[in-house]
Ligand binder design. Structure first.
Ligand code: APR
Length: 228
C-alpha cells in the first residue's frame, strides 16, 4: 500500500508548540501580515527576527511527542511512504522520520538575501538580530515560506506526485485552510485514495474523509495503527 501523511501544527501541539489558529493560536496574539510576509521583513527585519528567535527558543525546548514517534513507526511499516509536513519545527526528523518533505521550510535553516547561500543555524538566542550571513555578512532571513510566497518547487512537486498516486492519505493536525497544502487531500480523494483525518476538531477536510478520528494526534495515531 502506498501511504502519504500530511501534518500541520496540531501534531506538535502536544510538544508544547502553539498552533496558529484555534483558541490559543499564534495568530490570536500576533498579526501574520506583520511577521510572516516578505513585506513585513522588508519593513522591519529586526522585529520579524525577534519573533522567530522567540519561536526558535520554544521549539528548541520541545521534544517529539507520541504522535511524531508513531508516524516515524508508520514509515517503517510501509516501503512506499511519504510524510509531507507544513511544520517548520523539525520534530518529525527528531522523532526518526526519514522520508519527510517540508512544504513550508525549516525554522533552523537560514537563507542569505545577498549571496543566496542556505545553511542551518541552531543558535538560541541568536547572537545578533537580525543575523548576518557567515559567508558574505549579508542580511539573513528564515528559510521558511511566508504568506504570498510560493512553496519550494522540488518539495511541492514531490508531494503532488506522491499524493496523486497514493492509496491512503492520513491527515493529522491541520486546519486545512492554507493553500496550496490544503489542496492535497482533495487531490488524493479525486485520485481514489482513502482519506483518514486525525483532528479533535472539524475541518474542511472532514467532509471528504472516509474515516475521522476525533482525537489528539498521539491517541489518534494509536487508534489508526490498531486499524491497520
Ligand atoms: N492533535 C491533533 N490536532 C490538533 C491538536 C492535537 N493535539 N491540537 C490542535 N489540533 C488541530 C486543530 O484543531 C487545528 O485543526 O491542529 C490544527 C492546527 O491548525 P493551524 O493552527 O491552522 O495549523 P496548520 O493547519 O498547520 O496551519 C497551516 O498556516 O500559519 C500558516 O504556515 C503556517 O504551516 C502553517 C499553515
Amino acid at each position: 500500500m502506498k501511504i502519504a501523511v500530511l501534518t500541520g501544527a496540531g501534531i506538535s501541539a502536544e510538544s508544547g508548540i502553539p498552533t496558529f489558529r484555534g483558541p490559543s493560536g499564534i495568530w490570536k496574539t500576533f498579526k501574520p501580515e506583520e511577521l510572516a510576509t516578505p513585506q513585513a521583513f522588508e519593513r522591519d527585519p529586526k522585529l520579524v527576527w525577534e519573533w522567530y528567535d522567540w519561536r526558535r527558543s520554544i521549539i528548541k525546548k520541545a521534544k517529539p511527542n507520541k504522535g511524531h514517534i508513531l508516524i516515524a513507526h508508520l514509515e517503517q511499516l510501509f516501503e512506499d511512504f511519504l510524510l509531507i509536513t507544513q511544520n517548520v519545527d523539525g520534530l518529525h526528523q527528531k522523532a526518526g522520520s526519514k522520508k519527510v518533505v517540508e512544504l513550508h521550510g525549516n525554522i533552523w535553516r537560514v537563507l542569505c538575501t545577498a549571496c543566496g547561500k542556505k545553511y542551518y543555524n541552531y543558535q538560541v538566542p541568536l547572537e545578533e538580530i537580525p543575523p548576518r550571513c557567515k559567508y558574505c555578512n549579508g542580511l539573513l532571513r528564515p528559510d521558511v515560506v511566508w504568506f504570498g510566497e510560493s512553496l519550494p518547487k522540488k518539495e511541492w512537486e514531490t508531494a503532488l506526485e506522491f499524493v496523486s498516486s497514493c492509496s491512503m492519505l492520513l491527515v493529522v493536525g491541520t486546519s486545512g485552510v492554507v493553500y496550496p497544502a490544503a489542496s492535497l487531500p482533495f487531490l488524493a480523494k479525486q485520485k481514489g485514495a482513502k482519506i483518514v483525518e486525525i483532528n479533535p476538531e472539524d475541518t474542511p477536510i472532514s467532509q471528504i474523509a472516509h474515516i475521522r478520528i476525533r482525537k489528539k494526534a498521539s491517541e489518534g495515531m494509536e487508534e489508526f495503527l490498531k486499524m491497520l
